[in-house]
Design a protein around this ligand. Structure first.
Ligand SMILES: NC(=O)c1ccc[n+]([C@@H]2O[C@H](COP(=O)([O-])OP(=O)(O)OC[C@H]3O[C@@H](n4cnc5c(N)ncnc54)[C@H](O)[C@@H]3O)[C@@H](O)[C@H]2O)c1
Ligand SMILES: [Zn+2]
Ligand SMILES: [Zn+2]
Length: 368
């Protein structure tokens, strides 16, 4: 049997800003270098909501979603690292391993993510071709993926929790441990304690940071951050968050590492402003395509401040997801306060609305 023989229910973006449409997709055949996956669970990331509103480059109809678990059902010619029956992570980026960007040590900029156009995966009942956002697509029951997007997982993991490997876990732990490489004893500030920021917080704990300061306006999320080991919590309503964070650091100089997990240029500038001279800011958020951030030249020219980008935690997914898999099996990271609620596919629009309202941290879509 191939996926094309089975029913393939999917949540499709058919118009920007409209609810996703639950329909069926007739999947195309598996090609060389691809695998067919029967999906189990997909995690909701706010990036999918923004994509469905037109923040990225796909044109409807398309399927969004970029973090899921599933079982490999068929393997195309040339696939070397995956076999039928493997439980896998569908991941928010592709690491092809052979493009210039991957070979130069920057898989987060892999050509398969940024230089290939929309990837057609099949057709809708009305005959229109449907593509996948970012070459991934996870809100459907069956899909075809390039080998570089899929990472084998330990079979004993809970597939609901493991759905977070594809974005929240890899993007958050990777930003701290693989991109910034936070040093033991360092001071850290995390701006935004959502689906992404709470994983940065867990990464900072794994790095043995001495201070982990979390800035978050939502009291429910501040409480979860405190429970996950933040040493200091800042409510922006109590006054300028930059001044509040700096006041918590040695001589008010600012933190060694500052992370932005909010989604605006203003929040990036806020994160940068609370980093010390010579310190590092990692910016990850996005909401509107045209948003920009303005920074002072002296901070670069003479104050030695650094800014880094982190796309899915740097994108070294074949090296890193097995590391995060091990940490989860050993109980050294905790998804339980972050995995908020499991929604059936029919209720995906409720899951999106709950993410926007901050009523859930990471909603999970049941695709079985
Ligand atoms: N680059 C990547 O790899 C990557 C991965 C995942 C998400 N993202 C992006 O990162 C951003 C955060 O994603 P998320 O899923 O955690 O979103 P989220 O909505 O779950 O969390 C964002 C949090 O920021 C808080 N916030 C708002 N204004 C703030 C401020 N001024 N200071 C501090 N906190 C503030 C909100 O209350 C919210 O809790 C989004 O823009 C998303 O698109 C990027
Ligand atoms: Zn994401
Ligand atoms: Zn590549």
């Amino acid at each position: 049997m191939t996926g094309t023989d089975a029913r393939n229910r999917a949540a499709v973006v058919t118009a920007f800003g409209e609810p996703l449409e639950i329909t069926e997709i007739a999947l195309r055949e598996v090609r060389a270098g691809e695998v067919l996956v029967r999906l189990e669970y997909a995690a909701v990331c706010i990036t999918d909501v923004y994509a469905s509103n037109g923040s990225t480059r796909s044109i409807p109809p398309f399927v969004t979603g970029h973090a899921a678990t599933g079982i490999v059902h068929e393997v195309g010619p040339g696939v070397r690292t995956l076999a039928v029956g493997d439980r896998v992570s569908i991941t928010g980026t592709t690491e092809c391993g052979v493009c210039d960007f991957c070979l130069k040590g920057t898989p987060g900029a892999c050509a398969e993510v940024f230089e290939q156009g929309p990837r057609p995966i099949g057709t809708l009942p009305d005959g229109r071709e449907v593509v996948v956002e970012g070459g991934i697509g996870a809100y459907l029951q069956w899909n075809v993926y390039r080998e570089g997007t899929v990472v084998r997982l330990s079979p004993e993991l809970d597939p609901v929790q493991a759905a977070l490997f594809g974005c929240g876990i890899s993007s958050g732990l990777g930003a701290v441990l693989s991109v910034a490489e936070v040093q033991t004893g360092a001071t850290v500030a995390i701006n935004g304690a959502g689906h992404l920021g709470l994983w940065m917080l867990q990464g900072a704990r794994l790095a043995n940071a001495s201070r982990i300061i979390v800035v978050e306006p939502d009291p429910r999320r501040r409480a979860i951050a405190a429970g996950l080991g933040a040493t200091d919590i800042v409510d922006p309503a109590d006054g300028d968050p930059v001044a509040q964070v700096k006041a918590l650091t040695d001589r008010g100089r600012g933190v060694d590492y500052s992370f932005e997990a909010v989604g605006t240029g203003a929040a990036m500038a806020q994160a940068f402003a609370m980093s010390r001279n010579g310190g590092t800011t990692v910016a990850t958020g996005m909401r509107a395509r045209g948003d920009t951030v303005e920074l002072n030249v002296l901070d670069f020219a003479i104050r030695a401040k650094r800014v880094m980008s982190s796309q899915t935690g740097g994108g070294a997914i074949h090296r890193d997801i097995p590391r995060w898999d091990r940490l989860l099996r050993e109980g050294r990271i905790d998804p339980s306060p972050i995995v908020s609620e499991v929604f059936p596919l029919d209720r995906i629009n409720d899951a999106f609305a709950a993410a926007v309202a901050r009523d859930v941290l990471t909603g999970i879509i049941d695709l079985r």
